[in-house]
Design a protein around this ligand. Structure first.
Ligand code: ATP
Ligand code: MG
Length: 187
């Protein structure tokens, strides 16, 4: 679509993308994740679409092309080994009204990966979230009540890469697109 002057600085705006780094499940893991939905029937919220389930490593916000390039170059340099995440807990955050699936133990490589993401953001002049990283997969939004069970059957998810994901929230309902993936590698 041509850029019209009345939209002001529209070239720059058009180039901005809402991005985040994430752990992105494959189809097999997604099928297993959907099995947890049955435990949330009394929570009163809206389930996340199965194809949208993910764990956010770092929310990057709306970034321009130069910043995206900087972040991709920083991601090229991240050296973290593959690891297995044992998803075994349901949790509820009252204020954001989300029910999530998480892990009692966060593996050291996952902490390292999240820390590397924060450093990547700083190196690209972005402000990372100040809160400590808490690995969680949002299963339900606008939840009104916590799930009855908190301890659940373990899903062992072997993670061998991370992804840069585009979030498109304009077209009614969120749509995510994986833009690029990086393999996890041992030093
Ligand atoms: P919607 O905002 O339309 O409900 P969404 O939250 O799934 O959809 P985004 O807001 O683009 O989509 O967020 C993408 C991912 O980044 C989600 O996992 C979201 O929880 C996380 N996220 C969004 N905003 C922040 C933030 N300010 N800090 C940390 N994580 C965030
Ligand atoms: Mg959001």
């Amino acid at each position: 679509m041509p850029c019209r002057a009345r939209f002001g600085n529209c070239m720059a705006e058009q180039e901005r993308q809402r991005l985040f780094f994430a752990l992105w499940p494959d189809e097999g893991v997604r099928r297993q994740l959907a099995g947890y939905f049955a435990l949330l029937e009394g929570c009163g919220g809206r389930l996340v679409a199965v194809e949208n389930l993910h764990i956010t490593l770092a929310f990057l916000g709306s970034v321009d092309g130069g910043t995206r390039q900087c972040l991709e170059q920083a991601a090229d340099k991240i050296v973290t080994p593959p690891f297995t995440l044992q998803l075994d807990q349901l949790g509820f955050w009252r204020r954001p009204q989300v029910v999530w699936l998480g892990a009692e133990d966060t593996p050291a490589p996952l902490h390292a990966l999240a820390a590397a993401m924060k450093r990547a953001m700083v190196s690209c002049d972005l402000e990372p979230d100040e809160r400590p990283f808490q690995a969680h997969m949002t299963l339900m939004r606008k939840a009104r009540r916590p799930p009855i069970r908190t301890s659940v059957d373990t899903l062992s998810w072997h993670i061998e890469d991370f992804a840069l994901v585009l979030s498109d929230t304009r077209s009614g309902g969120v749509h995510y697109e994986v833009l690029r993936r990086w393999p996890l590698i041992s030093a």
